[in-house]
Design a protein around this ligand. Structure first.
Ligand code: CFM
Length: 546
């Protein structure tokens, strides 16, 4: 007979939960972790300070990835026509080979290297005698085989340790080829405290070596760049569909389903729309300083958020036809979304969620859970910085430590010939006066309810404790967490790779997400976690002859 477990209503005091999470740690570790576990009391103008972007304590099983992952996988991974050559032992390449589910469309030219895994396959002898010769040969081989527009070289930990000069090697090869842009990234895994450092290293080099290479003016009236959208599970395809329907031209996406030429032409757009603040906000700043393109924060995760972001883009251009078209698209798309939302809400309303993802998704996906009537009781980032939690106003107060000093900040000046303000000072002031916000992001904390827990760099031990105490209806994180959480009897949704699902962005994506979460939180399977003899050990039986 199946046992049905009726869920008790769980209430908790956040201070007790925090105490419980810290209880097992040695005093010094507990003191450090306490600063990264924040009981949210964000008021309108005030947010409690959180310790973030600091080293993980050795011995703790962190959810984070390495700097190389942030550079090679996250930023450069989704660009299809650049040969991404990893200089290092083969394991680093294999790990970064198509595991992120960033999708691509090979386009009319069909140039797509994403399905290849390029590596110098360093051996012990290369570590001892140096790997520069091998790297030179590998670049030559890739060039001879594919004749790509561009080859990017990524340093893994041993390369930094032995001191191979990858930048000189790539510079020489670029000069030798003449028709192929070759550059390198010093993104050794240990370079920063997380993959966030890798984003910065990648973006700096893209800005330095590619942006501005193509001045050709592309057709389109309302031209934007979408920064920080990586086409996971096809999110970018859905956003592109919506842009096209609205008449908005996306010159480049950094870097979902992108090409070399998109980066090269990015300076020709008239607005930068930033999705993932963490991975790219500094590129938006550099594009503004050098070329005069203003930037705004957008979010295409959630149907309401999508509508809001489209209206924001239309308002920037201020064109009556565009504004009308955006309204028309929203009016066309929303009825389907609302029909599904109405149906699933009868089953999802009041359920609870926890989210611990990279550096922006916990905030973005909260919108989708809100739309389902679900409450986010705890959330956090693996590698967010204080501004991702508390808002950009804290940026001037951020402490520069040895680790952040290690990551280069590029000094940018207005381009002598190509700097062009997209709007007059008067136009910008008028927009701002009407409440329009440029360069603005308030972070996760103000959107979280009072008394919820915001936790930075959550680890495996704390994740399990948190689930045991707070018993959410769903837990969202990555593959490393998936099965340990499910063994606790709580459904787990991967918000990095989306398991095998997606897209979840835009209008169609919202519908997909509603249905998926409804299915997960209402599945009966979790009530069968306990075998009958665990809840009722006294089984009675009789012999057949009795
Ligand atoms: Fe930005 Fe990302 Fe994220 Fe990120 Fe990432 Fe990702 Fe992420 Mo995984 S760029 S910070 S380094 S939104 S791969 S597409 S899901 S951790 S929350």
């Amino acid at each position: 007979m199946a046992t049905t477990t009726k869920k008790k209503l769980v209430t908790w005091d956040p201070a007790n939960v925090k105490e419980e999470l810290l209880k097992k740690y040695p005093a010094k570790v507990a003191r450090k972790r306490a600063k990264q576990i924040m009981i949210n009391e964000a008021l309108e103008n005030e947010t409690p300070e959180i310790h973030a972007n600091v080293r993980t304590i050795p011995g703790i099983i962190t959810m984070r990835g390495c700097t190389y992952a942030g550079c090679k996988g996250v930023i450069m991974g989704p660009t299809r026509d650049i040969v991404n050559l990893v200089h290092g032992p083969i394991g680093c390449s294999f790990y970064a080979w198509l595991t992120r589910r960033n999708q691509t469309d090979a386009g009319p030219d069909g140039e797509n290297y994403m399905n290849y895994c390029f590596s110098t396959d360093m051996q012990d002898s290369d570590i001892i005698f140096g790997g520069e010769k091998k790297l030179t040969q590998a670049i030559q081989e890739a060039y001879d085989l594919f004749h790509p527009k561009s080859i990017a070289v990524f340093a893994t930990c041993p390369v930094g340790l032995i001191g191979d000069d990858i930048h000189t090697v790539t510079k020489n090869m670029k000069e030798k080829f003449g028709d192929c842009n070759v550059y390198a990234f010093s993104c050794e895994g240990y370079k920063g405290v997380s993959q966030s450092a890798g984003h910065h290293i990648a973006n700096n080099q893209v800005f330095r070596h590619i942006v501005g290479e193509n001045d050709e003016v592309k057709p389109g009236k309302f031209k934007i760049n979408l920064l920080g959208e990586y086409n996971i599970g096809g999110d970018g395809f859905e956003i592109d569909r919506i842009f096209q329907k609205c008449g908005i031209t996306c010159i480049s996406t950094f870097s979902g389903n992108s090409t070399y030429d998109q980066f090269a032409s990015a300076h020709t757009a008239d607005l930068n729309a930033v999705m993932c603040h963490r991975s790219i906000n500094y590129v938006a700043d550099m594009l503004e300083t050098k070329y005069g393109i203003p930037w705004i924060k957008v979010n295409f995760i959630g149907a309401n958020a999508t509508a809001k972001s489209l209206r924001k883009i239309a308002e920037y251009f201020g064109d009556k036809k565009l504004i009308a078209q955006v309204e028309k698209v929203i009016a066309e798309e929303m009825p389907d979304v609302e029909a599904v939302s109405k149906d699933i809400r009868t089953r999802t309303e009041g359920k609870t969620a926890m989210m611990f993802v990279g550096g922006s998704r916990a905030h973005h996906y909260k919108e989708l859970f809100d739309e389902m009537g679900m409450k986010t009781i705890s959330a956090g980032y693996e590698f967010g910085h204080r501004d991702d939690y508390e808002g950009r106003h804290v940026i001037p107060d951020l402490k520069v430590d040895a680790d952040s000093r290690n990551i280069e900040e590029i000094e940018v000046e207005p381009d002598e010939t190509r700097f062009k303000p997209r709007k007059t000072a008067k136009q910008m002031a008028a927009l701002e006066k009407s409440g329009y916000k440029f360069k603005h992001y308030d972070g996760l904390a103000p959107d979280m309810d009072n008394g919820t827990l915001i936790i930075d760099d959550l680890n495996q031990y704390e994740a399990e404790k948190l689930v045991e105490i707070m018993k959410p209806d769903i837990f969202c994180a990555g593959i490393k967490e998936k099965f340990s959480i499910q063994k606790l009897g709580v459904p787990m949704k991967q918000l990095h790779s989306y398991d095998s699902g997606g897209p979840y962005a835009g209008f169609k994506g919202a519908i997909n997400f509603y249905k998926e979460i409804d299915r997960l939180v209402n599945s009966k399977v979790w009530s069968y976690m306990k075998a009958p003899w665990q809840t009722n050990p006294q089984l009675s039986a009789a012999y057949v002859w009795e």
